[in-house]
Design a protein around this ligand. Structure first.
Ligand code: GLP
Length: 245
């Protein structure tokens, strides 16, 4: 496990953006797993900026997103799919058939989750998975609890998680769905390399627990420390806040 601290959120995004572009150039058929949330916004801006001069070809890259709200799909403003379209997919030449997303509107949830696991396997597995972390220590939508689920599944969202996602729904927590589909902790740990991005003081307790608290289902991100190839990237405000704990 490595961890690096960057002076600002922007510096972190710039460094990670450059690394990803470098990998896409060297391995054009790389399979990426991507997060949503506030944390990766600067990263996606950076990827778009670095791609703009037309020097980066994304046409062989495949992507899998981590999660989606139950009941929402591509056409819904609050969906993670629409977030990704707006922030990244519309600006780079990823092929539509290479974009993989859980369909929150699927009528048969179990079948949809199995389909997603199958699609990941058919792509040869995930090479690099980028992750954010929830203030409660969740990754994807794997919420803290007595147990964790290995495979892609439907998860019930904590109130805190719904509150932190309210910005996707005009600030109205009542509009945030109560359930989501998410890849599971086993699926995460099967990726060949993991990158955990953490920015801002609100993540201090969760990241502190990951770094010092041992592996526990009460802090799902703590499982990442079991992975042989995990890079953690933090900004200085987060590192400073951790130092006060
Ligand atoms: C959300 C997403 C996660 C994300 C996390 C942090 O609920 N499901 O994949 O990493 O919470 O979000 P943010 O980056 O907005 O703090």
């Amino acid at each position: 496990m490595t961890h690096e601290t960057f002076a600002s959120e922007l510096d972190l995004a710039t460094a990670l953006g450059r690394r990803i572009i470098d990998i896409v150039r060297r391995h054009p058929a790389v399979v990426l797993a991507l997060p949503t949330g506030r944390t990766p916004i600067a990263l996606y801006d950076e990827l778009v900026r670095l791609t703009r001069p037309g020097q980066v070809d994304w046409s062989s890259v495949k992507t899998f997103n981590l999660d989606e709200f139950v009941g929402l799909g591509a056409g819904d403003a609050g969906s993670y799919r629409s977030f990704m379209q707006t922030r990244l997919f519309n600006h780079i030449n990823l092929r539509a058939e290479h974009i993989n997303f859980l369909d929150g509107r699927a009528s048969d949830i179990e079948q949809e989750c199995a389909r997603y696991e199958g699609a990941i396997a058919a792509a040869g597995g995930i090479d690099i998975m980028i992750l954010g972390i929830g203030a409660n220590g969740h990754v994807g939508f794997n919420e803290p609890g007595e147990t964790l689920v290995a495979h892609t599944h439907k998860a019930e969202l904590d109130l805190e998680t719904r509150a932190s996602n309210a910005w996707c729904f005009g600030g109205d927590i009542d509009k945030v769905p109560r359930e989501a589909l998410t890849i599971g902790m086993g699926t995460i740990l099967k990726a060949r390399a993991l990158v955990l991005m953490g920015t801002g003081e609100s993540k201090a307790e969760a990241v502190h627990a990951v770094l010092t608290g041992g592996v526990t289902t009460r802090v799902p991100a703590s499982f990442l420390t079991l992975h042989p190839q995990v890079a953690m990237m933090f900004d200085q405000p987060l590192a400073d806040a951790i130092a006060t704990l």
